[in-house]
Write a protein that binds this ligand. Structure first.
Ligand SMILES: O=C(O)CCC(=O)C(=O)O
Ligand SMILES: [Fe+2]
Length: 382
């Protein structure tokens, strides 16, 4: 089969409607000379494993939404899409994250996310297999990917070292046209992203990045229904030349979870945790140092004496903090909550102890990011 002429399985006939794929069969799309997108409807062994993965993960995300204060740039209450980012270790290394993510999303710690670790393994295996098995006609694209594909299999360094999770509460939640082309992923012509869908099926759209003088045809959209349990691989120059979006779908009334596994390259930025020392990784989990112990002292609001009023003592936020709070105010709230929680935590590994750790981690991450620039960031959705 000639890769450049692979057709979408189903086509929409109405004028102006995007070319559609129903997401039930695998698909390889060579979008242009340098960009390729592959879709596998079934990443997990069965539809029921996709359902149980979704159920467990949705429960964790709901709990975090209810217990972790909203980050300063949280937009989940406006657009029904909440963001989370992987944090902690995944066996072969530590999750990295773009420090901006912690302004818009909540941390999803490794101990909270068995499913994420499981999916990460599956996505790496399938991405490697798929990229290595691209048809001959895609060789030029595959050639550019071969080095990356090789490092996917490396024992020492896993390919995907970060994950961003989107929780779409219903069909009103969406993500607008964008490309994931930030510098932290390396050259935009060589970014590989593995995107897993769970929960409600939703349409995903693609279009060429708009350029001056583009005619109507250049803007032709392609649409793929992302089915639960599926994997979408974006590779080659897709982030440089194409944009993608997940439009609102008024017919959808149930949640969807999307996980995009990415590779962050280059030195760690301020605000990103340093990798754990190798010997720390060897030890069983219970014996490892707690994140909070490794955390540097908060730098935001430090030095300011704030007395927690008596009536506030013991009060813990269970609802997301409204967006209007400035970053420093959120930090103060976190400090208050940590002060309230500390005397209540008598045993490790209890729900209260987890809440305390989550707040401490959040505070550490926020504080470092703010210390970097001294002010608010533009927190994008990428
Ligand atoms: O939800 C999706 O399928 C897409 C998410 C996405 O594009 C992103 O997080 O950058
Ligand atoms: Fe994206």
């Amino acid at each position: 089969m000639n890769c450049s002429t692979i057709m979408l399985r189903t086509t929409c006939s109405e004028v102006g409607e995007p070319v559609c794929h129903d997401g039930l069969e695998p698909l390889t799309l060579r979008l242009d000379e340098d960009s390729v997108m592959c879709y596998l409807p079934q990443l997990l062994e069965s539809p029921s494993s996709a359902t149980s993965c979704y159920t467990a993960l949705a429960e964790t995300l709901q709990r975090l939404l209810a217990t972790v204060p909203a980050p300063p740039k949280d937009s989940s209450s406006e657009n029904d899409r909440a963001q989370f980012y992987g944090s902690g270790s995944f066996g072969k290394g530590d999750f990295r994250f773009n420090p901006r993510w912690c302004l818009a999303g909540r941390a999803l710690e490794d101990e909270n996310s068995k499913e994420v670790l499981y999916l990460k393994e599956r996505v790496e295996e399938e991405t490697l297999r798929t990229l290595q098995g691209l048809p001959d006609e895609c060789r030029e694209v595959a050639h550019g990917l071969s080095e990356q594909a090789e490092s996917l299999g490396s024992e020492l360094e896993p390919f995907f070292n970060s994950v961003l999770v989107n929780f779409y509460l219903d069909g009103r939640a969406q993500i607008k046209w964008h490309a994931d082309d930030e510098n932290c992923y390396g050259p935009a012509e060589r970014i590989v992203i593995g995107s897993v869908s769970l929960g409600a099926p939703r349409p995903f759209e693609l279009r060429r990045t708009p350029r001056k003088g583009d005619g109507r045809n250049a803007q032709e959209r392609r649409r793929i229904w992302l089915q639960p349990g599926s994997l979408l691989i974006m590779a080659g120059a897709m982030q440089a030349k194409w944009q993608h979006s997940l439009p609102a779908d008024p017919t959808c009334s149930t949640p969807r979870i999307n996980l995009t596994f990415r590779r962050i390259v280059g030195p760690r930025r301020r605000g990103e945790p340093e990798p754990s020392p190798a010997d720390d990784q060897q030890r069983p989990k219970g014996e490892r140092k707690q994140t909070a112990e490794r955390a540097p002292a908060p730098t935001c609001g430090a030095g300011e004496e704030r007395v927690v009023p008596q009536k506030e003592a013991g009060r813990v936020t269970t609802q997301p903090v409204a967006n209007r709070f400035a970053a420093a105010e959120v930090a103060r709230r976190l400090q208050d909550e940590i002060a309230s929680l500390k005397p209540m935590v008598v045993e490790p590994n209890t729900p209260l102890a987890d809440e305390l750790t989550l707040r401490e981690t959040l505070l550490r991450q926020f504080s470092l990011v703010w210390a970097e620039d001294g002010q608010d960031h533009e927190a994008g959705s990428k």
